[in-house]
Write a protein that binds this ligand. Structure first.
Ligand SMILES: [Cu+2]
Length: 326
């Protein structure tokens, strides 16, 4: 009797791994197939689920690729997640306690162990493959960018220099710089390869426009970080410093104004001719308040005339009528 029971359970557990392997294989194959198929309508899925936490599809060709990778990765993760949750609930229900009899005691199962080692490695390999492709593309520098911008960060603002070539030897043909009263505006053309060359005058900052879906640190000294983008959407977007760089780090905002190439040419010509940034903005139709940043505004630093000396300064947020005019 005991022997027969053993035989039955041995037979049962031999059949079960094969079925489990088949199910798992089907699941993996299905996930990969769905991943490939979903490539066609990744943006549709992203739209339906609030971009899975990202600010949107982005405004550059590079951003669109990163966006697609992100959405596809989340879909793949969800498919794996649903599959695992399914297995968990199946086990909970199928093998729930039915009586006081000790369940069949099993030890290792070679096919299953191989399967759940190989499957995650495969998944990671697929994710790594697509990540490497997108990352290489995003980091790619062209031999002849259409426009070079030198980004100069300093505590606590930005200067943008339009350059006539690549590298430190090139010359600045026009420049715009921010102050405590005026947000610096960076006007750039759509459809052209734009190279950024970053340098800092003091500490490490980070150049970040959320809609570009990209940020890169700005280092002082000899390190000149570069990257390229091609804008494909017009509009005005807030830019920020994304590296904690000191007291007024949070105040380091700028504005990216993405315009058609012809308008950019007009803007740059005006700047080269000696116009201020606001005058050059007016030359391309942004008059009045539109000549200034519309996505952000200068912050009140509450600086006093001896602003750097805390003894004479009013601490941010602690100002009162009695001390504010001191
Ligand atoms: Cu900063």
């Amino acid at each position: 009797m005991l022997r027969r029971q053993e035989q039955v359970s041995a037979k049962g557990s031999a059949a079960r791994p094969r079925a489990a392997v088949r199910v798992a294989g089907l699941g993996l194959g299905g996930s990969l197939l769905l991943l490939v198929l979903s490539g066609c309508s990744v943006e549709g899925v992203g739209d339906a689920f609030g971009h899975f936490g990202w600010p949107g599809k982005g405004i550059t060709l590079q951003a669109h690729k990163m966006y697609d990778l992100w959405i596809a990765s989340v879909i793949a993760a969800l498919i794996v997640g649903v599959f695992v949750w399914g297995l968990i609930f199946w086990c909970i229900i199928r093998y729930r306690k039915r009586g006081d009899e000790l369940p069949v005691q099993t030890r290792f199962n070679m096919p299953m162990e191989v399967l759940y080692t190989v499957t995650p490695v495969l998944i990671v390999a697929v994710l790594f493959y697509y990540t490497a492709i997108v990352q290489t593309d995003v980091d790619k520098l062209s031999k002849n960018p259409d426009q070079v911008v030198e980004v100069v960060a300093f505590k606590w603002n930005w200067q943008f220099n339009y350059r006539d070539g690549i590298g430190e030897e090139a010359n600045t043909v026009a420049s715009t710089v921010g102050s405590s009263d005026v947000i610096p505006i960076l006007v750039l053309p759509t459809g052209r390869k734009i190279r950024f060359e970053e340098t800092s005058k003091d500490v490490i900052h980070s150049f970040w426009v959320p809609e570009i879906l990209f940020k890169r640190d700005v280092f002082p000294g000899n390190v000149r970080n570069t990257f390229e983008i091609t804008l494909d959407k017009e509009g005005r977007y807030v830019g920020r410093c994304a590296e904690l760089c000191g007291t007024y780090h949070a105040f380091m905002n700028f504005e990216l104004v993405s315009v058609a190439p012809e308008r950019f040419d007009t803007f740059l010509q005006a700047k080269e001719g000696g116009a201020t940034t606001q005058e050059a903005m007016a030359a391309i139709g942004y008059t009045g308040d539109a000549a200034y940043a519309t996505t952000t505004e200068p912050f009140n630093t509450r600086r006093q005339k001896n602003g750097w000396n805390q003894r004479d300064a009013v601490a941010a947020g602690a100002g009162t009528a009695a001390t504010a005019g001191k």
